[in-house]
Ligand binder design. Structure first.
Ligand code: BDR
Ligand code: CA
Length: 314
């Protein structure tokens, strides 16, 4: 079977890094480009970190592009625990591979545009950070929506508490207006919210299993995941830190491990108190057509078996 063409829009970030590694280890996926966006850390750092991760994977051929520096309207925020440049200081060496000159938005417009015109296969867009790049691309060229196979978005929190504010998940809070544009775009959307990622916990035994792979990638992933602040464990009483972004890639590889259902979703853009909160209308009470498949559950043991197996391929 031909590999699924994907674009990864990302703000690495340790969990973004693990997601990129899993994607690059998977022959079922054809990573056409990695587009960086400001999020966990400023844009220069996310673009730098994305290249560090490609080099760790031995994939200097992957095109990494820098995108938007600021959110559309709101004042900029970064990840709460962004110290260490987003990737645990100098755990990974500085990259030698160059950043490609084209702007990330231009890459999204041209790649999705080719697919929209029927000149190439439709593309799955994986968004692992704030949705600024994709929203700007859709505003620039709305017709590119026809080139999108689906958008798999890590973002939102429904029954779960927010992680960056009481009511909001970080990727939605960092650029709620962009999230609203993407959700209203008409593209097929799969949403992977905190409610699901809070089930994918990097517990000490799971981290030890990754380290026991004995390869450099396993060792580095162990270091990255143990460097990050464990405040989720403290705040939410979890057995380990949630591994958010890799669940997006896992969904493409093993959809059978996930459950979800369609619903209409929108994001709060006005209230300072609940800015970035994702509202899901499970019962269709707003009378709106569902705009997303909202994933609710993951077989976390199966997911971590997949993760370990893929990281073991390096
Ligand atoms: C999301 O925010 C970032 O900190 C993570 O990389 C993930 O994409 C989780 O809320
Ligand atoms: Ca991220």
């Amino acid at each position: 079977m031909a590999a699924i063409p994907i674009l990864i829009d990302t703000d690495p970030g340790v969990d973004d890094a693990v997601a990129i590694l899993v994607a690059l280890a998977s022959p079922e996926l054809d990573v056409r480009a990695i587009t960086a966006v400001a999020g966990n850390v400023p844009l220069d750092d996310t673009a730098h970190n994305a290249r560090k991760v490609c080099e760790l994977a031995g994939r200097l051929d992957v095109a990494v592009h820098a995108g938007c520096r600021k959110p559309l309207l709101r004042s900029q925020i970064f990840g709460k625990y962004a110290s260490g440049g987003g990737l645990a200081g100098d755990t990974l060496p500085a990259p030698a591979m160059p950043l490609r000159p084209q702007h990330a938005v231009d890459v999204l417009v041209s790649e999705l545009g080719r697919a929209a015109r029927g000149e190439a296969e439709k593309i799955t867009v994986c968004t692992l950070g704030p949705l600024t790049n994709l929203a700007v691309a859709l505003a620039h060229s709305p017709s590119i929506v026809r080139g999108i196979e689906k958008i798999v978005v890590m973002g939102g929190a429904f029954a779960a508490l927010g992680n960056r504010s009481i009511a909001a998940e970080f990727n939605m809070l960092a650029d709620p207006h962009a999230a609203r544009i993407v959700l209203a775009s008409g593209a097929p959307i799969v949403l992977v919210p905190l409610d699901l990622t809070f089930q994918a916990l990097a517990t000490p035994p799971r981290l030890a299993a990754i380290r026991s792979l004995g390869n450099r990638v396993g060792e580095m992933v162990f270091k990255l995941l143990t460097y990050v602040d464990r405040s989720d464990v403290e705040r939410f009483g979890m057995a380990g830190g949630p591994l958010h972004d890799p669940t997006v890639i896992g969904l493409l590889l093993r959809p059978d491990l996930y459950r979800g259902r369609p619903a209409f979703v929108d994001v709060e853009c006005d209230s300072p108190l609940t800015l970035g909160h994702a509202v899901v209308d499970w019962e269709g009470r707003m009378g709106k057509v569902p705009n997303a498949m909202v994933m609710t559950d993951i077989d976390s043991d199966g997911f971590f078996v997949l993760l370990k197996e893929r990281l073991g391929r390096f």
